[in-house]
Every structure is written in structure tokens, then in C-alpha cells.
Design a protein around this ligand. Sequence first.
Ligand code: ADP
Ligand code: MG
Length: 381
Amino acid sequence: MKTLADFDWRGKIAIIRADLNVPQTANGEVADDTRLVAASGSVRTILNGGGGVVLLSHLGRPQEGKIEKEFSLESIVPAFSLLLQHPIRFAPTLENAGPAVGEVLLLENTRFNVGEKNDDGNLARRYAALGDIFVMDAFASAHRAEASVTGLARCGLPVCAGGLVEAELNGLTRIVGQIERPLVGIFGGAKISTKLAVLQHMAELCDTLLIGGGMANTLLLAQGYNVGASLVQEDMQAEAQAVLSATQGRLVLPQDVVIQTADGTAGQQCTLEQINRGDVILDIGSASSQHYSAIIKQAKTILWNGPVGLFEQEPYAAGTNAIAHAVATAPAYSLVGGADTIAAVRAAEVTEQINYISTGGGALLEYLAGKTLPGLVALGA
Ligand code: ADP
Ligand code: MG
């Protein structure tokens, strides 16, 4: 695998695919800068080496081809340039974007471009025209075949891993070789369908799976529970059933939850049987938190991706907070990944007590499940 150290950057423009998909506050500011810090190393290395930088990244999940202001990457410019101690020029379109040596150019959200999501070759060539060398540094996006990830790697430019990808792969190869059991996986997050698919792989990898977040709702529905008006994927019942039967006795679902009721009352604890039509499940309940924490204490290795509730909003942070503290204080080796999960760990002020923090969420799980990450193929990793 080629890395930044294999190139002479003098006079060269690097096209860096970074992952600048940071969690945002309600008014669009950077809520957690972990990914910016992680991305800054490669930018500095190339500038110090005498080159220039074009940064490509997605932010959030805008509808393809639509320019939605709330997903504009311009929102990260103040925080990122302060961190880099270097000005960032923002380019709203690909036209006339050409950067110069010594310059950092940030392009608008790649997902605003038609063709990004389906790995369109024409779009990738327009990205490739902006520089000389492709630096793949978006570990958190390495599980996706998109124009700015896999497409760019096919355009004939020299390709190398950025500093973050290099560090993640170095760290993770060491961990994979020495996972001590029992391995307890904790999985949550919103209803993202790709994560339910990854759960099938996690079912094979983990000895126990603790489930929360929107994903739990889909599994509870498959078990016949009423989940009211919660986030749920009714179209994924077959996958949910498959996960349930593959993990009998090893998969743990919440036995109680915190809901917002149909009349808008926030933060009510209730059992699964007490859920009514119109209720929205937004956290695991306190009995479940205690049960999960007790299991976490017994682990030798812990893998956590996905908050178990709407932790950004009181009164739905308690479950995720309890999990963060249980993971931090357990004697096990702890591995935490995902932008929102990292934000939750920081909010709980236990970052220092986690053994390995990965910028990747879905990418981390797929890597640990032994799947080939399309974004790493061109690197020969
Ligand atoms: P990560 O970024 O760590 O990979 P995800 O992006 O998958 O995590 O999920 C984080 C999001 O899931 C958070 O914004 C959180 O509010 C949301 N979430 C968790 N539980 C629920 C729930 N029960 N209902 C709705 N959203 C939820
Ligand atoms: Mg997220």
C-alpha cells in the first residue's frame, strides 16, 4: 500500500477524499470535530511537503442532485480552517475550481452531484481533472462505492492512502488478530438499512449483541411487538427475522423504553407491552440500561457503534450515557466507532477511557466482519 511518504509533493496537487461528515448542531455548526482533527494530518503533510490540496467529502444525506443548504460543506470552513491554521477556499461548483500549490480548496458536498452515489465515471473524471494524485483518506466512507471514493481511484491518477486510513488500518489489523472473548457488540443508531445488513455479519462475529436505537424497533416489530409511531423499517422484516434466528439467545433487545407519547409528553418510561399507537420510542429504558451494563462488565472485548437513543436531545440521552460509562469502566478492551457514537462518548466525558476510537461506523463494522471495503481495493490494502 502506497502512503503519503511515497510521494514528492513539491508542486503537486493532491485530491484528498476525506470524511468531513461531522455531526452538526441544530443551527448548522460543527457539533464534534473529531473527524476534522483526523482529516487535518494529511492536509498538513501535503502542504508542508510543498503541494496543494483539493478536499472532497460528503455531508449528511441530501437528496441526490439537489442543493440543500443545510448540507453545505461551507458550514465547516470556520472550524476546519481554525484547526488547520490555514485558510480554506470554498468552491460551490466543480467549474473553475483549480487550486494552486500552497492552497487548500474545499469542494461542495459530493452528494450534491448527480452520479456521486452510483459511482459515475464521468463525474469521477471531473474530480480527477482537479489534481495530480488521489489520496484516499476517508476511512469512514471506504465501505461505499461512490464516484469520489472508488470512481476517482479508477481515473488513472497515482493513488495512495492518507494518514488517517494508514493509521486506522495499522490499528485495526492489530486488534483483529487478538480479539479476546467474550466479544460483546453494542449496536444502535437510526434506522439505516445498511446497518441491519451488517448486523448479520456482526451476529457471526460477536458472542453477545446488545441492540438499541432505531434498529431495535425493526427487530421488536419482527418479534411481534407494537412499536407505535417509532422509526421502523417495515420493509426489512425478512432481514430482521434472519438476524433473530441467526442469533438466538445471543441477541438482547430492550425490555423497556423511553417514549414520547402521541400527545407530546416527553421522556416517559414504559415496558414494551405498554406502547400505544402514536408513541415514539426514543431511548432504551432504565432496566435495559442496567441489564446491558451488567453484560458489558463481563466482556473481554467490546465493540460499540451507534447510540442507543436520540442522545442529542434530553430526556433521551440517559441510555447512551449509561452505555458510554459502562463501556469506559469495563475491564475489557473497548473499540468504539462512528461519528455520532464518538460525539456521545465525548458528551459522556469518557473518551480517554476507550482503548480504540475509529472514525468509521459502518466501514469499521464491515472491516471487522472481514468484508472487502471497495474504497480500499485500489490501495492494495
Ligand atoms: P454513528 O454516526 O455513530 O455511526 P448513526 O449515524 O448510525 O451512528 O446513528 C446516530 C443517530 O441515531 C443519532 O443521531 C441518534 O439520534 C439516532 N437514534 C438513535 N436511536 C434512535 C431512535 N430510537 N429513534 C430515532 N433516532 C435514533
Ligand atoms: Mg452518524
